[in-house]
Design a protein around this ligand. Structure first.
Ligand code: 4NP
Length: 584
């Protein structure tokens, strides 16, 4: 095994620049976020040049109102514990950051703003609330308590709009609106069964939102004080496409609705319902700019970049080294039958460095309300470089396949979704893709790795559990108000299941080599339950290795963070593969 080559190739892969469109600010300049200069930074794209605006790396950047004269970023100030502060930057004064006066560090759940007001949702140990800073030197005021996990998505003329998940309606996402001046919060009843997943405030002040229903996703429009009605668009293209979800909603400078709609892991761009020619894959934010459109675009072979539409000509893009492009083989999409007859939408990425059948890794996404799609995945690309085919099941609970599939995980973690993942693994073998099977995942995917190794011993040769859940009860004790709500939502309040659904309960079953990787300061999946898992594994003589990633939390904000997670996983899997090959 050529360790130096593996390390060099992985560092080269992780260092590929990634870009996303954020919006258009004053002077019709594009605001772009970039994984560049070793971390996530914010840039103005002006006449072919990138000008960095922030001084220190950021955790995120808010969507600016079109033509805004200020940029709003936020940053973790607690070494990865996700205690954030907000800063404003004047695009004409790069490098000068002004902290939002009087803000206390807290877990941010969305930020939106205009030239006077900044609104944000934040979680503390006590609760989740909506706050507003109304300009000048004053301090932020609490607008309303949010009964669950609430995210602010947009703000315009005194109205904030967002999405809330409440423990009393486990798994559902509702629209909320709040009038900042009055402190009035309204959680809207859905017009039909479904969940709200994207929204934008229209130029006339109405809230346009996507409702995901068991029959697909539809656009509605609501007022703070009124009922919701279906949104009628001038062109039928969007309706004919039949989307299952939406990635983005926004408005052009001419007041047309921009919608990025998605089905089966790929998306399409629509302006007022009319399709726009775009490359195959996933599109993020889209805005009118320079006489056409600018958009974020990515696929399993293309790292996120900013492109021009129609067409897809790159505007701001990283270079992909030749050895990476050469190692990435075909992308597949398959419906895999599960134990109960349901079909699991599964992506595959073949490695050109592996025979067929060859060693394969079942790579399990986190969330669980997320999905593997035709979009860049640095873990998947690393595995292809190492000579593994990659199998990415969208197990029940995943987004993108309708409300019914997503809700099937609620109240049953480490239940049906584990069977879906197992079915995808067995399919990979029976379909001729995989010889030996391995499993790897981060966060909820790390939990699924521990569940697989302890509940399905003998199926995989080895597993990598990153930022995994090992013990729900211990995790709940260490969680803030947002994640306590989340755990209650995942279990639909059935706390009596915590023990039965915790991998630590089945540690005696662990047979295959396990690589544990865990951020030291993770405040979503805290380290302590994993330390307990390691202690027990050690007492019981299990084969494992463990890597505590220093000075970082759950989120990956820098190249160094990504290296801390991926390099130990890559070396572990390469060694396991080599051991299998030499054993024959
Ligand atoms: P994720 O992390 O997979 O990155 O979203 C998680 C954190 C907490 C929980 C699940 C996943 N939880 O259920 O509390």
């Amino acid at each position: 095994m050529d360790v130096a080559r593996i390390v060099g190739e992985i560092i080269g892969l992780v260092s590929i620049e990634q870009y996303g469109l954020v919006g258009v600010v004053s002077g019709e300049r594009l605001l772009v976020s970039g994984l560049r200069e070793g971390a996530t930074n914010v840039y103005l794209y002006d006449r072919g040049r990138l000008v960095r605006l922030n001084r220190e790396p950021v955790s995120g950047v808010a969507r600016p109102p079109r033509g805004s004269g200020r940029i709003v970023v936020f940053r973790d100030v607690a070494r990865g514990r996700e205690q954030h502060l907000i800063y404003t930057i004047d695009p004409d004064e790069p490098g000068v950051e002004r902290p939002l006066p009087g803000m206390e560090p807290a877990r941010l759940l969305g930020v939106a703003y205009d030239d006077e007001v900044v609104v944000y949702a934040a979680a503390t140990m006590e609760g989740v609330a909506l706050y507003a800073h109304r300009g000048g030197g004053g301090t932020p005021e609490k607008v309303a308590d949010l009964p669950g996990i609430g995210f602010v998505a947009d703000y315009r003329d005194g109205l904030a709009a967002g999405i809330i998940a409440r423990p009393d309606e486990p798994g559902r996402f509702r629209l909320f609106t709040a009038r900042i001046g009055e402190g009035s919060l309204r959680i809207h009843e859905p017009p039909e069964e479904g969940s709200v997943t994207q929204l934008a405030i229209a130029p006339d002040g109405g809230v346009v939102y996507a409702l995901e229903t068991p029959r697909g996703a539809r656009l509605y429009r609501a007022e703070h004080g009124g009922a919701s009605g279906r949104l009628e668009l001038p062109s039928p293209g969007l309706e004919e496409y039949g989307p299952y979800s939406f990635n983005y909603l926004g408005y052009t400078s001419r007041g047309e609705l921009v919608a990025v709609a998605r089905r089966e892991g790929r998306s399409r761009v629509f302006i007022d319902g009319r399709p726009v020619e775009a490359p195959e894959g996933i599109h993020g934010a889209v805005t009118d700019w320079g006489g056409g459109l600018a958009a974020t675009y990515t696929s399993l072979r293309v790292p996120p970049r900013v492109v021009r539409l129609p067409g897809g000509e790159p505007l701001v893009a990283g270079e992909v080294p030749g050895y990476v492009a050469d190692a990435l083989g075909g992308v597949g999409f398959h419906w895999v039958e599960s134990f109960d007859g349901s079909r699991v939408p599964t992506f595959t990425l073949e490695s050109r460095r592996a025979p067929r059948p060859g060693p394969a890794v079942v790579l399990v996404h986190g969330g669980p309300f997320a999905e593997d799609a035709d979009m860049w995945n640095v873990f998947a690309a690393s595995l292809a470089l190492l000579g593994f085919h990659v199998v990415m099941p969208n197990y029940r609970g995943s987004t993108g396949y309708g409300e019914e599939w997503r809700l099937r995980i609620v109240g049953d973690p480490c239940g049906g979704e584990l069977e879906d993942i197992t079915s995808a693994a067995l399919w990979a073998r029976s379909s001729g893709l995989a010889s030996q099977l391995y499993i790897m995942g981060y966060s909820y995917g790390g939990y699924m790795t521990l569940c697989s190794l302890t509940r399905k011993p003998g199926l995989y040769r080895a597993g990598v559990a990153g930022a995994a859940v090992a013990d729900w009860g211990m995790m709940y004790e260490l969680s803030d108000a947002a994640f306590r709500s989340f755990i209650d939502i995942m279990f639909a309040g059935r706390r009596e299941l915590w023990r039965e659904r915790s991998p630590i309960t089945y540690i005696d079953n662990l047979r295959e080599p396990l690589c544990i990787i865990h951020p030291q300061n993770d405040s979503r999946t805290p380290l302590k339950p994993i330390l307990r898992f390691m202690e027990l594994a050690s007492e019981k003589g299990k084969t494992f290795e463990a890597h505590i990633a220093p000075d970082m939390g759950h989120a990956v904000n820098t190249i160094d963070d990504a290296i801390k997670l991926i390099l130990p996983a890559a070396l572990f899997l390469a060694r396991q593969k080599e051991a299998q090959t030499t054993q024959g």
